[in-house]
Design a protein around this ligand. Structure first.
Ligand code: 8YV
Length: 305
């Protein structure tokens, strides 16, 4: 009997091309915010699975089916996986690093531009009025040239953002994992977060750190929503402490804080950092190739656990 590989979403077709003949594939429609019970049901017969960031792979889920031997998480981040439980239960876990660096850095730059140059506000205005109203003092934004970008997390994505920002004439300060961030916060005109979500980094941006930023500076988050205390961010935006924000990720995805929806100086993207044809296909190739290697008894190339 062939092993059963569960796909928790509709992934790019390269997944089927790589895995056909090697296993039986069962595909579930994409769904955000599955419960543990739903995950247990979906994975009940699986030997391996390709999973989404929004799929909870908790100890309960991983231990419910003892035949489950491998999870290929279709993301570079893996805060949805209880890695300690996976290690103890002998479940191999892989991710898709590297291939989404440029796409995520591009989107970060896009959000920096959109917030500083008020592009989304302008788009809404043109659609609402049906006109291109031009006035010397209308929709004035902030120039990028000469401004300082503070990058929290100078890993692969943070470094790619730094490269782009320098090309726009920005000065760049960056911190690495575990380094203090207060000087960066106090001196940056724009702060962009590129850190993984862990118990240490949850609410990295909180009332204290948001108020340690330069007054009127901008905050960009294309990493994980829970790195930012959204209630504190709304308060900081309301009070003008933060001049604007560009967000691709939210604390309670798929839900978005309704206060953010009402703020004109906040640009909201629907978690599309890696959403290019090229990148999503490359992620699918990595995930499926790692599953294929595992099924053939080889060590997958991108093992976390
Ligand atoms: C994905 C991401 O869109 O890779 C990550 O960590 O956040 C994004 O690339 C998402 O994870 C898809 O599961």
């Amino acid at each position: 009997m062939k092993p059963l590989v569960v796909l928790t979403a509709k992934y790019p077709k390269i997944v089927r091309e790589i895995l056909s003949g090697l296993c039986e594939l069962v595909e579930h429609p994409s769904e955000q915010g599955r419960s543990e019970e739903e995950m247990i049901t979906i994975l009940s017969e699986a030997d391996a699975a390709i999973t989404l960031l929004s799929d909870p792979l908790t100890r309960n889920v991983l231990s419910a089916n003892r035949d489950l031997r491998m999870i290929a998480n279709y993301a570079v981040g893996y805060n949805n996986v209880d890695v300690d439980a996976a290690r103890e239960l002998g479940v191999t876990v892989t991710n898709t690093p590297g291939v989404l660096t440029e796409a995520t850095a591009d989107l970060t730059m896009g959000l920096i531009l959109a917030v500083m140059r008020r592009i989304a506000e302008g788009d809404r205005e043109v659609r609402t009025t049906g006109q291109c109203l031009w006035e010397p003092l209308h929709l004035l934004g902030t120039s990028l040239t000469g401004k300082r970008l503070g990058i929290i997390g100078m890993g692969r994505i943070g470094s790619a953002v730094a490269q782009r920002a320098r090309a726009f004439g920005m000065k760049v300060t960056g911190t690495h994992r575990g380094e203090p961030i207060y000087e960066l916060l106090a001196t940056s005109d724009v702060v962009s977060i590129h850190a993984p979500l862990t118990s240490e980094t949850r609410h990295l941006m909180n009332p204290e750190t948001l108020w340690a930023m330069k007054r009127g500076a901008f905050l960009i988050n294309t990493a994980r929503g829970a790195l930012v205390d959204e209630v504190a961010l709304c308060a900081a935006l309301d009070e003008g402490q933060i001049g604007g924000a560009g967000l691709d990720v939210y604390e309670d995805e798929p839900d978005v804080n309704s206060r953010l929806l009402a703020m004109p100086n906040v640009v909201l993207a629907p978690h599309i950092g890696s959403a290019t044809e090229e990148t999503r296909s490359a992620m699918a190739r990595i995930a499926a190739t790692d599953v294929a290697m595992f099924l053939r008894g080889q060590r997958p190339s991108h093992v976390i656990v």
